[in-house]
Design a protein around this ligand. Structure first.
Ligand code: MRU
Length: 363
């Protein structure tokens, strides 16, 4: 996607293909900066501190983290250490484990002298696969949007805009490019289906306010930022035609772990008869479990809840405290939406119900 007219990916290789850079998501929307990752430890820190975030991008960064480790030491020990360090960063997105397992099984079968090049090749292919899958999700999701718009009399020049609601950031910043939940939005906008996006701010880290609103603005997609708690009101008043969100891990039976707040959004959508779609690349499906209760849910620092970061009137970035000092905090980063609340899963191979993932993706 473009930033100020210049095409960017959220992670990219430069030079001879072994220099790795990422967009620094901790300083958006106030500043756009990219940072270099030099080592596996840099990649692990970037994932843990959410310089990069979003399930597909976490997987891509982990793959490059392994490659950076192999560049300096291609031994079995270094490979094991890099995998362990990267695996310990964030527990919920299954893309992380998938990328590390894929890199590990490829590299262990190779002589050490070939490992660095193979690891960079693996990471580059993973990124291209991600872009291709997201683009396909965009095409299938666009068909869903077109059908909903047709029934609602929305989206064309004569009607009102199609109102889409999303949560967190499942945009290009959360992937290598395009995003998952945003891919159909961008394609709709580019192809003349008039869309408007309700962007939930996404407490506590504000991925909606800081990242999704920024992304949509860069691409010129009309959008409105709302507090998370406003969703029920908007759904109840018929202001939302369709909800679409991303996922960090979806079980084989279709239970969906995504940013905390997704589950109540799905409940409110169901109560108001609004279709609730999940954009699910096959890399985010965990075929080893059926029941969403078995998905590990990350708990993060209390300070993410007790403090907020912003820019003051003089343009100075500051953190400010919003809760009494010493307040006990629970900061669950994700929740699980049962598959029964999902109208459809939009994958790179088509759209299915929660129970249809195995049939469609062959896991
Ligand atoms: O904690 P985050 O910002 O990494 O959470 C991201 C999400 O919940 C996204 O919806 C999910 O990773 C899908 S991204 C295409």
């Amino acid at each position: 996607m473009k930033v100020g007219g210049v095409p960017y990916r959220a992670i990219f290789a430069e030079g001879d293909g072994t220099g790795v850079r990422v967009v620094d998501q901790t300083v958006l929307p106030h500043r756009f900066e990219t940072v270099a990752l030099e080592t596996a430890a840099d990649a692990a820190r970037a994932i843990r501190d959410m310089v990069v975030r979003g399930a597909p991008l976490i997987g891509a960064t982990a793959a490059y983290g392994v490659a950076l480790a192999m560049r300096s030491d291609p031994s079995d020990d270094a490979l094991a250490e890099a995998r362990a360090t990267l695996a310990a960063t964030r527990p919920t997105a299954v893309n992380l484990r998938r990328a590390l397992d894929g890199a590990g099984s490829l590299l262990l079968g190779l002589p050490t002298g070939e490992r660095a090049a193979a690891a960079f090749g693996f990471a580059a292919r993973l990124c291209e696969d991600d872009v291709r899958a997201n683009r396909a999700i965009g095409e299938y999701g666009l068909e869903v949007f077109r059908e909903i718009a047709r029934r609602a009399g929305a989206g064309d020049a004569a009607g009102r805009e199609l109102n889409v609601m999303t949560h967190c950031n499942a945009g290009w910043l959360a992937t290598v490019d395009w995003g998952t939940a945003t891919a159909p939005v961008y394609l709709a906008h580019d192809r003349g289906l008039r869309v408007h996006v309700w962007v939930r701010e996404t407490r506590p880290r504000f991925q909606g306010a800081g990242l999704t609103a920024w992304e949509l603005a860069q691409h010129g997609v009309p959008h409105t930022l709302v507090p998370d708690g406003a969703a029920g009101h908007l759904l109840g008043r018929g202001e939302v035609d369709v909800v679409i969100v991303g996922t960090d891990r979806t079980t084989a039976a279709g239970d969906v772990a995504n940013k905390v707040g997704t589950y109540p959004l799905a409940l409110a959508a169901r109560d108001n008869g609004v279709p609730f779609y999940v954009a699910v690349p096959s890399t985010s499906v965990d075929w080893s479990i059926e029941d969403g209760a078995r998905i590990p849910i990350e708990e993060r620092d209390a300070e993410e809840v007790t403090r907020v970061r912003g820019v003051d009137g003089d343009g100075v970035e500051r953190w400010v405290r919003v809760a009494p000092e010493g307040t006990r905090v629970a900061n669950y980063a994700f929740d699980v939406t049962p598959g029964r609340l999902v109208t459809g899963m939009v994958t790179e191979r088509g759209v299915c119900g929660a129970g249809g993932l195995r049939g469609l993706l062959g896991g």
